[in-house]
Structures are given as structure tokens and as C-alpha cells.
Design a protein around this ligand. Sequence first.
Ligand code: C2O
Ligand code: CU
Ligand code: CU
Length: 564
Amino acid sequence: MINVLSICAFLCSIVFVQAQTYNRLPIPEALKGPECTLRIVDTFAQLRTGNQTITGGINGHQFWGPTIFVNKGDTIRMTVINNLNDSTTLHWHGLHLPAVMDGGPHQVIPPGTIWKPFWKITNNAATYWYHPHLHEMTLEHLSKGIGGLLIVNDEQESALPLPRTYGIDDIPLVFTSRRYATNNQFIVQNTAYGDYLLANGVHDAEFTLPRQVNRLRILNAEVERSYNIGFSDDRTFYVIGTDGGLRDKPYPVKRLHIAVGERYEILVDCSKDELGKSVDLLAYNANQPFGFPGGEPGQNGQFGSLLNNKNFPMMHFTFGEQTNAPIMTIPEKLIPFQGIDANAVTGTQDIRVMGGVPNSPMPFHFTGGIFDISRVDKSIPLNSVQKWTITNSNVFGHTFHIHDVQFNIIERNGNASAVGQHETGWKDVLYLPRNESATFIAKFADYADPLHPFMYHCHFSNHEDDGMMQQFVVIPPSNVEDAVNDFSSVRVFPNPAEHSIQIDAGEMDIYYATIQNVNGKTVMMLPQPEKGSTIDISALPKGFYTVKLIDMKSKLSIIRSFVK
Ligand code: C2O
Ligand code: CU
Ligand code: CU
């Protein structure tokens, strides 16, 4: 009897060991700024056995793009080439920049078109990300795997004794999940939750952490699911950074709630772990309060999933050899936190979550109506400090994200002490549980543009696509200067041109320039091109082109042309 049992246990353990096959965590290629080219294509990825899955990729990646590195203070220049069969946009999530460079739903890049935004990086060292944002298509394009991280470095961060060898002791971890049809294609519509977790684009990921202090930069890139992360041995780990910057000191936790769109940087001390042993990073998602995204009981259907309402592994970590010059201790201090002065508030906004109740014809939305690209919902004076309160007396938890600014959460449910210690740093996304409210303050500095809005929305891409999104403009102080509208001296040269053209803007302050080919198709989009800058046209085929230039103040447009 004992023999039979132990043989059985032995066989079972073999089966168990064989079932645990892992895939090495891919580290996305590092793309050094400040000049970056991102080419977005339709492609395929072998994500599981059987058929390949149709995906979208950037620069040869088949799912999830390169990690862009840039220094605070640099002017980043992006060349985004849309080689998809579909229009899309690329949004720089968390970054402070002019609205025309932001890549929201107004910045549509048609197939075959080059978009060239640029801006000065003023954000703190932190982990940001870029992703498509075309209205009603965000879910689909993001689900294909289009997106990537953007890591800002600065002097304050560089001076700290933190792990920062990318892909060695400083690890990017982008989590999402997908559901598959029997032919291995993603099921995207009416699917709030995937059935299989992906880490940097692979299932069942493993990684070897050196036996020292490691830094994990975690992004939740799900459609709806939150992760309540923790380690399988219940070890303490340390929150060192939120969406928009480092904290004043490491905050020890055993569990951390990461909602869609949020980034957290954590430190994990592996200095005392045994070589060759392992630990799992888990989502402790079982038995969460009602309204927790991913807590629904079902295994299938629109709101069900094989991962719902249970604890599941996110990463398998094995401990490996130390690196040269390892970080061996958790630092005591990080960066002094200088938040926004709450006494400087000059305006308040109250936003309520509406709709989405069973049998209602209205999807989730905010007070004021479902998203309408032609309706500007709020006008915010330049340089004002604003207090926004979002109230969710709704059937479910949501997230709230705003473009342009980083904010400080000052209250939850009207109570300052209810703000989680882990989330008191710079944020651009917050989790809003059911029957709760959250209040933040933000300063709307630097970029005013009365015609070009920024977005705020729930970051669940299905809710956002269904209209749980609105828009605001930042308005400049009233301007008495008369608009100039004699643009006769504006010229584009040389003509004919070979590799580049220049625009002599004369009296014009160019708001937007676009280049059309002879069929009228826009082939290049240049938001606010700098005076005297050279425009590289080497990617354009020979032919006749028109250049449409829009004036900043009058918004009048003129046409010039050249031959290549
Ligand atoms: Cu991450 Cu409006 O988006
Ligand atoms: Cu954003
Ligand atoms: Cu939502």
C-alpha cells in the first residue's frame, strides 16, 4: 500500500514537473533617444503551440515594442511610421507635452503616413508607456500588442544607489492576458478578461534574478483586470516609484494593487536567497471585494475568465549569480517629495461615473455624456491648479486617467488618511473602487492650445472605446494681439527637392504642417514644426507634393508645393 502510494506520488511529481515548462522572459530591445523611429506593422507571433496569432508589432517585435530611454531635459524626436492596414495613433502615456504631440484620438495616422511629434522631456525619472489611442479602436490595437515602455532618466535618480542595469537587475514587466479562439487568434470583442497571462508577450514566463536587490518596473496593460501582487513566500517588497516619479523612501508592502494603466517600481531583496531556488510573483486575486476587476466568478463569457477570482502565477523567478557591483541593500531615502500646494487650488471639477447598469442603453460614461470628439467638456486656464473629484456610485470598479499632467491623490472618500501610502507619489492613473470617490490636485502648466484637446478617461480600453472618455482644452490668457493673415512670403524650398525641404514661415507661426501626395493622401504629419528646421523627405517616392500649413493664431491654412 505504501509502495503503491509512493509510486503514485512519484509519478504525479514527474507529471507535475513536466507540466511546468517556462518561457524565458523577453526583455524588449532598448531604443536610445532622443531620436526614435517606430515602425508599426501587422505581423504574427508564435504565442502557443499550433497556429501563429495575428498581432501588431513595432520595429521587428511581434508583440509589444522596444523600450525607449530618454533623459529629462532632452528634446525627443519621434518618427512614427504607420505600416498597419489601418489608421491608428500613438499616445505617450504620462508625459507632459503639447496637445498636438500627444497622440490621442485627434492625431490619427493614416496607413502609410509618417507622424513626427517632438517635445522637451520635463517628466521625472519614471516608467511611462506608449500605446494606440484611436477612438473605438483602442481595445483592438492595444490587444494586438502594439505599445511599449518609455523610461525617463534624470540626475536625481542616477545619483541613488538603485539597480539600473536594464534586463539584468532592472527588469521591465508588462502584464496582460488574452483569450484564444480554437485557431489561436485573440478574442477581443466582448472580452473583458483574457484566460492566459502574458509577461512581455510570453506565457508562463521565467527569469533569473541575481542574488542581490532587484528593481521591477511593472505595468498593468490589461483591458480591465487589476492585480493584487505578492510573492509566493510572502516576502516583503518595497514600492520605490509610482506612475510619474520616485518616492521619498521605499515603502515596504506584502501586497500591492496595480490597476490598468498604473506603473509601480518595486525593489525585491534577493541577496539572501539560495542559488538555484525560486519564487513566484503571484496575483492574489481570489476573494476580492465585489467590483474588483477580475473578481467575477464565471470562467467564460464577457466577464468570465479562467483567471478570475483566483490566485495565479505571473512570473517564475530563479535566483542566479550576483552581478559585478551589485546593490545589496534597500536604500533608506530616495527623492524628497515636493507635491502640489493644495492652497493654490483655483478651480474644481466634479465628475461622476454614469451608465453601464444592467438593461440600460447607455454604456459607462461621465456626467456630461458619452464621448463626443466634437464636444470639449472642460476648459482649464493655463497655469491653474485644479482639484478634481471623481465619484463612482456605480455597479463596478473603474480607473481614471488624465493626459497632460501628473497629479497627487489627496483624498479618497473625502478623507486624506484613506489615500494608500503606496499611491501618495506622482500619479496619472488611479483605481476607483465601486461606491467610492477619489480627489486629486494637478497643475496645468506650459502648454495652452484652445483648439486641441487632451483626454481623460477610464483606462479600461473597452469602457474608453464605448465612450467613458471626455476631453479638455488648456486655454491661454486672453490675447489682444491681432492675428496676422498675410502669408504671401511663406515658401517651401528647394523646389525641386531631393532629400529634404525647409519651410520659410515668414509671418506664420505654424500650428500644423502636412504633406499630401498627388492623390491627396497625407503622407507626413508635422505638428508645430520648428522654425528653420529641415524636413527629411527621403522616405517619400518621387512625385508632386503639396504642403498644407496652418497658422497658429488665425488657424488659416495655405498650400505650397514641391516636386521631388
Ligand atoms: Cu494610456 Cu489616454 O491613455
Ligand atoms: Cu494617457
Ligand atoms: Cu471603466
